[in-house]
Design a protein around this ligand. Structure first.
Ligand SMILES: Nc1nc2c(ncn2[C@@H]2O[C@H](COP(=O)(O)OP(=O)(O)OP(=O)(O)O)[C@@H](O)[C@H]2O)c(=O)[nH]1
Ligand SMILES: [Mg+2]
Length: 248
């Protein structure tokens, strides 16, 4: 707990070219009615569109806003891992991970946080009762369904929305994951962290969210990224076993 006795929550957002979304997103998060010491940390990969400058400007007038400017190898995974480390360094009790394109809506953060009272890792889920995958193209929905079927069969994780990147981690989970040892550079980090947390015996659950398609900015998901994610996912099953995964 932070000094005030209230939990410290750090919302960690990996970004690449989200200049059109990031100000509105941060403003909405900080306006949430949550009884907590609420912070936002943006892990930006030196986006050419100037995302970092916007975050820096907001941080200069609000101590709850933090920028992690990455100049190393770009990637959703690498950025997210560095973001998790920085959130732990800030002293977070809970870390909420979310995308920076407003597909993940801040209004669901209070429910994620509330569910973390009884769970170690809470997923915002499109595929439990009350959840929705709204306004997305048929092809994106189809890809999500295929990924979900494949991962649930192969990894037997006890959740439905296995590729959700809108999640709330208790500090202990991130501390146990051995973040320096994760291998994902790209989006496969979502599965790598979920699978490791599952093998480590953490309590994982889901709450419904409505996922809305991005209306501003461009997707970074290319055929190449999807292929790379699939190759990585094939590796995790052999790389991590109940016998070799230990809490850090
Ligand atoms: N730090 C960092 N963040 C990234 C990188 N690539 C994507 N992101 C962020 O990761 C989040 C998810 O990326 P998106 O491009 O929205 O991918 P997606 O949500 O799977 O695909 P869409 O449905 O098309 O939006 C967003 O906040 C991106 O800005 C990267 O290389 N580095
Ligand atoms: Mg997106």
């Amino acid at each position: 707990m932070s000094g005030s006795g209230r939990p410290k929550i750090v919302t960690m957002i990996p970004t690449f070219n989200e200049a059109e979304n990031i100000r509105d997103l941060i403003t909405a998060i900080l306006a949430l009615p949550i009884e907590a010491d609420l912070h936002v940390l943006v892990a930006d990969d030196n986006s050419p569109d100037g995302t970092a400058a916007i975050v820096k400007d907001m941080a200069s007038s609000d101590p709850r806003v933090h920028l992690l400017l990455r100049l190393k190898r770009r990637g959703r995974g690498a950025g997210g891992i560095d973001g998790f480390k920085a959130a732990l360094e800030l002293g977070a009790d809970l870390v909420v991970e979310m995308d920076g394109d407003l597909s993940h809506q801040p209004k669901f953060i209070p429910a994620l946080v509330a569910a973390a009272r009884d769970l170690d890792l809470v997923l915002g889920s499109r595929f439990v009762k009350g959840g929705r995958d709204a306004d997305r193209s048929l092809i994106r929905r189809f890809i999500t369904i295929l990924i979900r079927l494949f991962i649930r069969r192969r990894f037997r994780v006890p959740v439905r929305d296995v590729s959700s990147g809108f999640r709330c981690f208790r500090r202990e989970v991130l501390a146990a994951l051995d973040l320096d040892d994760l291998t994902s550079v790209g989006p496969s980090v979502v599965l790598e962290t979920l699978y490791k947390a599952h093998l480590l015996g953490f309590r994982i659950g889901e709450i419904p969210i409505e996922f809305v398609d991005r209306t501003r900015g461009k997707t970074k998901l290319s055929a190449l990224t999807l292929f790379e994610t699939l190759i990585m996912a094939l590796k995790f099953k052999r790389m991590y076993t109940p016998a070799n995964v230990k809490r850090a």
